[in-house]
Design a protein around this ligand. Structure first.
Ligand SMILES: [Zn+2]
Length: 296
């Protein structure tokens, strides 16, 4: 048994750095979903925000699940809904609840849309919000690495830099280096478990140990061996296993360093350092390292 095949360490924490459990896909069985993420050692979750209308429901989820923190923002594919009152709305949401740990998801998506000007407008205004409240940003970037880099470099030059994460990383190693150089964290999703995702595998191998996190982006992008099904936070364990296999280290190591990075970026130290929950201590994980390794 090689180091990479070692079973996950019970008690080594995991953070799902990006999820959407507010979606209707979870309305019937969220308590069971939560039991499974606790059983897998997921100590903290960061909930992303697609539109401001979701914020009250996400806040209620944070009341219901104490390990849930959240972001507020507008997704680039919703940029058509942007209006001038949104910055104040986001500022207010950030200031009224300390469980708001980021602004996002914001960014650029030129894969599914062409309204670049609208997207840039919504993006710049939200980067201003993040700068003003000094919170990290959660960036969604699809087929738009170059224009996004230009915007982030310009902000740095203007003395208004932002920090944050490139979520659901799907770019090339060269693009990854641009964002690492800008100080960003790279977050790997279920894509890293897909056999054909060669560029993402190369990124997973090259990213510095203290600069990556893991996420599900659930309900989307379920990792192998659940590909095609509804994704859920517990499956972030498969993402960690795939990272370990690619980086030739133990899954426990991936859990530890990715959780520490998430804790540092989002201020989750108190959640990540807590001792294991009862569910976690009693749970026998069904995730086997061999499944994921076979898929790679
Ligand atoms: Zn998302």
């Amino acid at each position: 048994m090689s180091k990479a095949d070692a079973p996950p360490l019970i008690g080594a924490p995991l953070v799902d750095s990006h999820c959407h459990v507010v979606f209707a896909e979870f309305q019937d069985d969220l308590d069971a979903v939560a039991r499974r993420w606790r059983g897998q050692g997921v100590r903290a979750l960061v909930h992303a925000c697609v539109t401001p209308e979701e914020i009250p429901a996400i806040r209620q989820l944070a009341d219901r699940f104490p390990e849930l923190r959240y972001a507020v923002g507008l997704h680039p594919l919703e940029a058509g809904c942007w209006h001038g009152a949104m910055p104040d709305l986001f500022l207010e949401a950030c200031r009224r609840d300390e469980r708001v740990v980021a602004v996002g998801e914001l960014g650029l998506d030129l894969y599914k849309a062409t309204n670049l000007k609208q997207q840039v407008n919504a993006l710049e205004a939200q980067l201003d919000v993040a700068w003003e409240v000094d919170l990290p940003v959660i960036i969604h970037c699809r087929q738009a690495a170059m224009p996004l880099r230009d915007i982030l470099v310009a902000r740095r030059q203007a003395g208004r830099p932002v920090r944050g994460v490139m979520h659901c990383w799907a770019g090339t190693p060269q693009e990854m280096d641009w964002f690492l150089e800008l100080g960003f964290i790279i977050s790997f999703s279920g894509i890293v478990t897909f056999k054909n995702a060669k560029a993402v595998h190369a990124c997973a191998q090259q990213v510095p140990e203290d600069r990556y996190m893991v996420e599900t982006d659930c309900p989307f992008l379920a990792p192998t061996p659940h590909r095609g099904q509804r994704n859920e936070p517990a499956f972030v364990a498969h993402v960690a296993e795939a990272m370990a296999a690619l980086r030739h280290c133990s899954t426990g190591r991936v859990r530890q360093v990715s959780s520490q990075t998430a804790a540092r970026l989002f201020g989750l130290e108190s959640l990540v350092q807590e001792s294991p929950s009862i569910e976690e201590q009693l749970f026998v994980p069904p995730v086997s390292a061999t499944n994921t390794a076979d898929a790679l």
